[in-house]
Design a protein around this ligand. Sequence first.
Ligand code: HEC
Length: 448
Amino acid sequence: METLGEPTSEEVMYRVFAAEYLGAEGDLQGAVGEYLEAAIESDDPAIARRATRVAFAAEAWQEAVMAADRWALIEPDNVAAHESAAAAMLQVADYLGAEYHIMRILDLMEDEIVNNGPVVGALEAARMAMDNPNFYKVTLKNFATPWTNRDQDVFVPLNDYSATVIGMVRDNVPFTELLSADLVYVADPVLGLSPYSTTDNVHYRQLEDGNYSLKDHLVATTQSSVSGLPPAATAGVMTSRAAAAEFFVAGTNRAMFRFTLMNHMCNDMEQMLDTKLPPDWIRQDVSRSPGGDSRLFLNNCVGCHTGMDPMAQAFAYYDYNVDTGSIEYTEGTVQPKYFNNDLNFPQGFRTPNDDWENYWRIGQNRHLGWDPALPGRGQGAKSMGQELANSQAFAQCQVKKVFRTVCLREPEDQTDRDEVNTIVGTFTGTGYRMKQVFADTAAYCMGQ
Ligand code: HEC
């Protein structure tokens, strides 16, 4: 039990003892009530803090709101008090209340910047913020979740894709491994949740619904050991179960490529449109005279499919099986979906294996900054993931996304763009650590 300051009256003392007794007896709800009464009657911040913690532990959010609000009132300069109040208010959808406390935190951080000089103070404040479990449970979860589904919905449950992003950021895993590593983050086995399953998301739902700290309870393991994929067939989050369910399901596996490009290169296919490259690798399903007009093929279809089809071939052995609910990998055998509508243009490209090639290394899409140390071609998803993640566009995209998350706006003027470039430089020059990006970005935006 935490040591408390002197209770201010007998009544308060009685309630504190009653609360501790009830808590020890396992009656958390009773303890919450007694502590809340004590907190309201007393001016002692320690009692309000304890009341807040007990209410959080009991997930009694209404009481948590009142206790934390009281704590923040007694100790207006305490960041933890405002953080607790904001977190509890978000739980009961009191967004205005939460916003007030978040503004107070920002004010306090700004004070710290003024007192300690801009850079050190801001970085220190950012470091403190990243130490808070809510950085993982809220900020990073909201950061990664839209990438894991077609609708870019931020409210879908935690899954093996988002958990892996959160773990990689926490552990400073070089982010260039995001699309190629044999890596997945799972819940610490000590929590006793149902183990990782290749056929459902129960493991991650339990981790989220149990309200466990993702900062403390995510552990890294190899994807191959839990998913049954051969190690060479793992490709980071692209071969997560969540990504497979959304982007390998049905279709032609081009969706996995398109969404990876959108989420991690910050470009959708329209922006990649280049009609000047050779169309020799375009699959049979793309008609060469759509609607009887070959000009449409040459002026439009070619623009995307020339570059996309040879890249999406890296996924030739993958599928998502809706009946079993799991990712499927048929080493050496191209999935039937690659031959969908092969009569649309039988002379078109017929996929023989999982070779891929990056046509965008020439032409206008050179500007994405492909890594000259890589060959630009290969076999399978892993090497294709490395091709994407080692580009300048990938690094810039990660920084831009962090900027949006932390600064709550796009980079706007030249000063912003210069800062983004500086942060990209640090990111690529010092081991691709995302926490550094969050810290540098927060320091920049807080100083404004
Ligand atoms: C802006 C880029 C772009 C252009 C231009 C484009 N496509 Fe596509 N195409 C895609 C993407 C991305 C997919 C994958 C869609 C998905 O599965 O989510 C796709 C998928 C397809 C498919 C497979 C559909 C399926 O069953 O899943 C066919 C066939 C196709 N395109 C034909 C064409 C034709 C014909 C044209 C020209 C009239 C064309 N495309 C122009 C990007 C493009």
